[in-house]
Design a protein around this ligand. Sequence first.
Ligand code: PHE
Length: 494
Amino acid sequence: MAPSDVHLDRSFFGHPRGLATLFFTEMWERFSYYGMRAILIYFLTDTIAKGGLGFADSKAGAVYGLYTSMVYLLCLGGGWVADRITGRRRAVLIGGILISVGEFCLATPGLPFFYVGLALLMMGTGMLKGNVSVIVGQLYGKDDARRDSGFSIFYMGINIGALISPLICGWVGHTYGWRWGFGIAGAGMLAGVIQYVLGGKHLGSAGLHLPSTGDPEADRRQKRNAIVAVGSALGVLVLLALLGILGVFQMTAEAIADAEGWALCGVVVVVFSWLLFLPGWTPVERKRSAAVLVLFVASALFWASFEQAGSSLSLFAERSTHRSMFGYDYPASWFQTVQPVFVIAFAPVYAWLWLALKRREPSSPAKFALGLLFAGLAFAILVPPALVSAHGAQVSQWWLVSTYFLQTMGELCLSPVGLSAMTKLAPDRAAGFMMGIWFLSTSIGNWMAGKAASLYSSMPIQTLFGSVAAFTIGAAIVMALMIRPTVRLMSGVK
Ligand code: PHE
């Protein structure tokens, strides 16, 4: 299909047919990610006799945080590799294959397979997730009014995948053993890869070509350098792993997670030094980048409490929550479906609400403050049941459902506007980079969420949940005070 034909195509609910291909690719990718994530913390903490790894909560939280944050950090690298070496289209294919192989590694007994599998999953998601979203954008012409609704449909694909997989992988994992759950997650991604290959013809030239400098010789050189860089990075990684395995230096999961935390700080400092202090920016660009920084920090703090959905909240679901519906005792991982259900139900409500408010629609910074407030309240309401459970009682399942509800209300304030607000604020030269910066904030959030989970058994749960609530609500208040200055920094961007 020629590019112009793709832009004109309306055969999928008025959208290009290629959107369906990408919708199902991302649906299966999220199926795999959330199915795996729903059982990961249980697999890590379960006893070896019961098929788990028998990790202490502190170690499990570190591994969980390391994995979930690396997945999003590598989206930065995945975009770069796609632009320099593979192109977006092939990057998604490679990502899908790495993910399925990674899940099958997790399904294979043996600790080395587990760590290799995690590494493949991180790299695979890094290659797939950001790039598939970029291709969605390329299905539309520059001024196509359907673009936003295209992304809303795509967001539904994400949440349908996230909704069904914990039910299936969770049930299989709890009933037949965790590894079978990982196997199903891998099979789902494989289905997605096959679907992607078969549906590729509907994508026209979207994501097919590398951005060119205009000089073929320079392009070739750039590609060669990039291959050398990626090859060396992978080489160093393998070397470090080997040295660690051979016992040349002490390598604990906790130490690696801490090192990653420092690396994340380093990346943030570099990125924002560039955005704020590079001599070439105009004063307005600089001001807008300062606004990006404010939104970035708020976003990272939001995900830090939100992403505990699969870590500390999962532990609370398993250890302290009464789980029964219509006489059926369901597995704890089923709580992971609650958020996507609420997203699918309430995304249209929010879309309507913002439209209905017209000129009174809150600004992006105000939505960020609201998002943080909801995320904080979600933990605040868990403090009373946590107190009750401290005496060994099982609390009602509706507490967690309410928490997940409040978290989703926050997500819908912040997540859909976050990326687009940051993209509009970015200087032109950095616009393509903003997707990566957005994922970087998610990554930091996930890292902090893992840290919180690793404290699960070292302090009373009510103290943990209460601190998260206080911290997040505090951040909401600061963000609320920052609304006006941030809007001013945004210099006219809505
Ligand atoms: N539910 C979202 C998704 O899986 C959560 C998310 C938001 C992840 C932003 C990354 C970045 O896509």
